[in-house]
Design a protein around this ligand. Structure first.
Ligand SMILES: [Zn+2]
Length: 447
């Protein structure tokens, strides 16, 4: 029995959760009730042998069932853009200026000095333990892959993916500046990614510059990355236009190239911040091209708000995020994810997708109405990751749920949901978070 203030989960294979609330957009199948003023439906959930056996209108559950008293039930959460291999190095390699170039240089130094297989594995493991305890069921991570790091980190990723199989579905994407793909290491990396069942990715800038006006070699380098992916049948996931410089216009070039080359695999672009400072006409043109190319987008609002517009002693004047509403309006699949946690690109973060949803809602006005924005941390990234059994409450799927004391979005978005119950296969898991002290030996703390 797991007893809490908002329900007791019985220790038996068949039971009901009575009086739950779930965003209507996250309930698969026939409508079980009328959405309320926040788009939530009230329902009862039947669990049998670790699976969702029924989704029924409120009032269907037998008398004596576990009563959630209106608390929210979310499907397992999906974090589609993270950097687990960078995570938690902040105490060892902070970013004193807190800006993008400082982050890149601080991380590169830390990588060269410390990123052994054991170091990378321990920090990835720590991040996954945080994600697991908070109800995340699938994570896509980027893996810093400039030589010689790829040969260290990708075997670590493969081992961790195997070790976590059945708990968190893991996907990995390579990341390094695009000019490195012109070197022999580009092809070698594409082979490592293919052998690892990974996704090819790069940051769409050259190593000597930030995200600004595209250098003359941009088109050639981008085509090289596309062709390496196409030759191997790989999906692509790119870091794009992560700046407030209106001259950063990689997204439209990526879209046009995908169409020109007939790229058939899945293509996701992350960040796309500069779109928010570009003229409306160019925005329309870019979004049209991205829709034509079938590009999925992921926004990283917490990291963007941290890095963008930062200038010592000056108050930031913009929020750093891309045009989430306009992208949805143009028909793009839009996800939201956590990005970096406690590293030079973002000093904070805890791999908690409910925090990401909360912050994103506040930063990007994903409210009034909430509409189907809850799908941005669930159903949309599940689909982009090819996880057909994730992202919604669906009869027959594993009963992997996040149960909140909060009954409404206004309660969820106002208070930390540290008292959540996480069900995996219908059973509550230990939701205690790993202790930062576990990392002290790696970080040289308290030696
Ligand atoms: Zn990223």
């Amino acid at each position: 029995m797991k007893r809490t203030g908002f329900g007791t989960i019985p220790d038996q294979p068949h039971y009901w959760l009575a009086d739950a609330r779930t965003p209507a957009c996250l309930v698969d199948g026939e409508r079980v009730g009328e959405p309320d003023f926040e788009g939530l439906v009230r329902l009862d959930i039947e669990i049998r042998d670790g699976r969702i056996a029924g989704l029924a209108p409120f009032g269907s559950a037998p008398v004596g069932s576990t009563d959630l008293r209106g608390g929210m039930a979310w499907p397992g959460l999906i974090d589609i853009h993270t950097h687990l291999d960078k995570g938690h190095i902040w105490p060892r390699s902070p970013n004193p200026e807190g800006n993008f170039l400082g982050a890149a240089s601080s991380t590169a130094k830390d990588r060269a000095a410390h990123w052994t297989a054991a170091d990378v594995a321990a920090r990835i493991e720590f991040g996954l333990r945080c994600a697991w305890a908070q109800g995340t069921v699938a994570v896509r991570t980027h893996i810093d892959s400039p030589a010689p790091q790829a040969k260290i980190s990708w075997p670590v990723f493969r081992a961790v993916r195997d070790a976590w199989a059945g708990r968190i579905d893991l996907q990995a994407v390579s990341i390094m500046p695009m000019d490195f793909f012109a070197q022999p290491q580009g092809e070698q990396l594409a082979d490592i990614v293919a052998e690892s069942g990974g996704i090819l990715g790069c940051v769409t800038r050259v190593s000597t510059r930030g995200h600004d006006a595209l250098p003359p070699e941009f088109g050639g380098l981008l085509e090289r990355v596309f062709r390496l992916a196409m030759e191997r049948g790989l999906d692509l996931d790119l870091h794009v236009d992560e700046s407030g410089d209106g001259n950063a216009r990689a997204l439209i070039e990526i879209a046009r190239m995908a169409v020109r080359l007939g790229f058939k695999s899945r293509l996701q672009c992350g960040h796309c911040c500069s779109l928010a400072v570009q003229p409306d006409e160019f925005v329309d043109e870019t979004l049209g091209a991205a829709a034509d190319a079938g590009i999925a987008v992921v926004s990283l609002p917490m990291c963007n708000m941290y890095l963008q517009g930062r200038d010592a002693g000056r108050t930031p004047r913009w929020r750093g995020v891309t045009l989430l509403h306009e992208m949805r309006g143009a028909g793009l699949a839009v996800s939201i994810a956590s990005d970096n946690c406690r590293d030079p690109f973002h000093a904070y973060g805890d791999h908690d997708m409910l925090e990401v949803m909360t912050q994103a809602t506040r930063i990007a006005h994903l409210d009034h109405p909430f509409g189907d924005w809850p799908t941005a941390v669930t159903a949309v990234p599940a689909e982009v990751m090819g996880l057909s059994n994730r992202g919604r409450l669906k009869v027959g799927d594993s009963a992997d749920l996040v149960l909140l004391s909060a009954r409404f979005m206004s309660e969820m978005l106002s208070r930390s949901q540290g008292d959540r119950i996480v069900l995996r296969s219908g059973r509550p898991i230990d939701t205690s978070l790993p202790d930062y002290r576990d990392l002290d030996p790696l970080l040289g703390l308290n030696a």
